[in-house]
Design a protein around this ligand. Structure first.
Ligand SMILES: NC(=O)C1=CN([C@@H]2O[C@H](COP(=O)(O)OP(=O)(O)OC[C@H]3O[C@@H](n4cnc5c(N)ncnc54)[C@H](O)[C@@H]3O)[C@@H](O)[C@H]2O)C=CC1
Ligand SMILES: [Mg+2]
Ligand SMILES: [Mg+2]
Ligand SMILES: [Mg+2]
Ligand SMILES: [Zn+2]
Length: 456
């Protein structure tokens, strides 16, 4: 870098610090939007913008700096943080805000690149759910008898799939859902044991309406589930078709578009298979709203007054977190007894009633490993249709490092270096340990942390 460039940069930093010091929120925000690197720059005596705003009591500037990810743990040449400075100068509301654990501040050890949505397996939305059509029974029955409509069939929650003969050598990712037309599933639809769920319509970019002959140009999709094996009543033409009897790992072998369809269909069908009776009174129920509701048939049942979550498909939120060591170069992974030998994964746990995502992360990590967590950052999520979880993937920064494993839940938990993790991802069997497959969000979180593209 030349001396001219250096001084231009220094001048910009000085200007930024001056705005922060004077509480000029507009100019602080503009400068951050042009160069986020300014956030943690320091001037004389190692004072950052956050420290100067804390010195002079500019709450709005502090909030903007934190929201943009500035590091509140930096210290000046006297070893003071912005919190120390706010406290010393009597700005108690600012000191409280800087000290609170639930704010948006994150130490510099978290990756700064934001993740994009829908990158995880099971997360792709191939269909438009058109939830407004669920109450339109006329439209739904017209769609069920339309020749363009697609039906997919499950037997005890296992989808019927097919492989292309020439692709048999590479079964992985070559499994395709068997798509039926109305005539092939006619008998199955007539069976009283069959549960039918309206999944949505193909997005317009998948099926341009000029190619569709029905009235509204929309291709609807339905999922069917039966308890009795439906093979005899179905008109299956392909010889190489079968039900995926082992959800794990077989459900991870679909293409990404169809994985998203299965995530939706299997979760709703699993709910039907487990909630045949009304959870409120034990009475019989009927399927409503295109398969998205079960209504109790008992007069006066409480579930018929107001809105009751017992009537709708359930989703269980689970936090799954990559715990990062305070040194920023190691991460904590654990293994359950049920894992294949040598496999370690992120810690995870169900969110409990009345709990935030952040608090569930802190509680589960402390319970399972004895490690205390400070900042938590959401990264990405993943529907997990076995039977119906939503995995909420986070990074969590540890503020303690001693491990004390809860042996009921976890067999072992260890800090692994970046190098060990990279070896596990790249070298497979020759590494110290193995990771869950690339379709699992744990794998995605680890790759995201070390900065490898998730599709590799
Ligand atoms: N993709 C991955 O790498 C990983 C995925 N997971 C998944 O995350 C989920 C939760 O993780 P766990 O460690 O098992 O949770 P956990 O740490 O909360 O412990 C599970 C226990 O929580 C109780 N529990 C509370 N609410 C529950 C609910 N709604 N459904 C079932 N059990 C409930 C049960 O006693 C169960 O045995 C599991 O489905 C697991 O398969 C877990 C670890 C890694
Ligand atoms: Mg737990
Ligand atoms: Mg757990
Ligand atoms: Mg738990
Ligand atoms: Zn009831």
């Amino acid at each position: 870098m030349t001396s001219v460039q250096m001084s231009a940069k220094d001048e910009m930093v000085e200007q930024f610090l001056d705005y922060a010091s004077r509480g000029d929120l507009a100019n602080v925000s503009t400068m951050i939007s042009h160069s986020s690197q300014l956030l943690n720059e320091s001037g004389r005596q190692g004072w950052t913008a956050l420290m100067l705003a804390a010195r002079n009591g500019h709450f709005d500037v502090i909030k903007a700096l934190l929201l943009n990810g500035c590091n509140k743990f930096l210290v000046n040449k006297s070893g003071q943080t912005a919190y120390d400075i706010a406290k010393f100068w009597g700005h108690r509301h600012i000191a409280r805000f800087l000290a609170s654990s639930g704010d948006v501040t994150l130490p510099g050890i978290l990756p700064s690149n934001k993740s994009t949505e829908n990158e995880t397996y099971f997360s792709k939305e191939y269909l438009n759910r058109m939830s407004d059509k669920r109450t339109d029974s006329e439209w739904l029955s017209a769609k069920q008898s339309s020749p363009e409509t697609v039906f997919i069939v499950f037997h005890n929650l296992d989808p019927l799939v097919t492989t292309e003969p020439e692709e048999r050598n590479d079964i992985q990712s070559q499994l395709k859902l068997y798509r039926f037309g109305r005539d092939s599933v006619k008998k199955v639809l007539e069976n009283s044991d069959t549960v039918v769920v309206f999944l949505g319509v193909e997005k317009q970019e998948c099926s341009p309406s000029s190619l569709v002959s029905n009235e509204d140009g929309l291709i609807a999709w339905f999922a069917l589930n039966t308890k009795k094996n439906p093979t005899e009543s179905l008109k299956v033409t392909a010889s190489n078709s079968f039900f995926l009897t082992k959800p794990m790992p077989m459900l991870l072998m679909l293409n990404e578009d169809e994985a998203g369809i299965v995530a939706q269909a299997r979760s709703v069908l699993a709910w039907h298979s487990r909630y045949s009776f009304c959870p409120t009174c034990g009475g019989k129920t009927k399927v409503d709203e295109g398969g998205y509701k079960r209504t109790c048939l008992t007069d006066g049942c409480k579930s018929l007054q107001g809105i009751h979550n017992t009537c709708y498909p359930r989703v269980d939120p689970v936090v799954i977190m990559l715990v990062l060591h305070p040194d920023g170069n190691r991460c904590l992974l654990g293994r359950k007894k049920s894992f294949p030998p040598g496999m370690f994964s992120c810690l995870a746990g169900f969110i409990e009633p009345g709990e935030t995502i952040e608090n569930a992360v802190r509680r589960e990590v402390l319970e399972e490993s004895g490690v205390t967590i400070g900042p938590v950052q959401y990264v990405s999520s993943q529907p997990w249709p076995m039977p119906s979880s939503l995995m909420i993937g986070c990074f969590a920064v540890a503020v303690s490092t001693d491990i004390k494993v809860d042996e009921n839940e976890i067999e072992d938990a260890r800090w692994f270096t970046r190098q060990e993790v990279m070896d596990a991802l790249v070298k497979g069997n020759q590494a110290v340990f193995s990771m869950p497959p690339r379709q699992a969000i744990a794998h995605y979180l680890v790759k995201h942390w070390i900065g490898i593209n998730s599709n590799l």
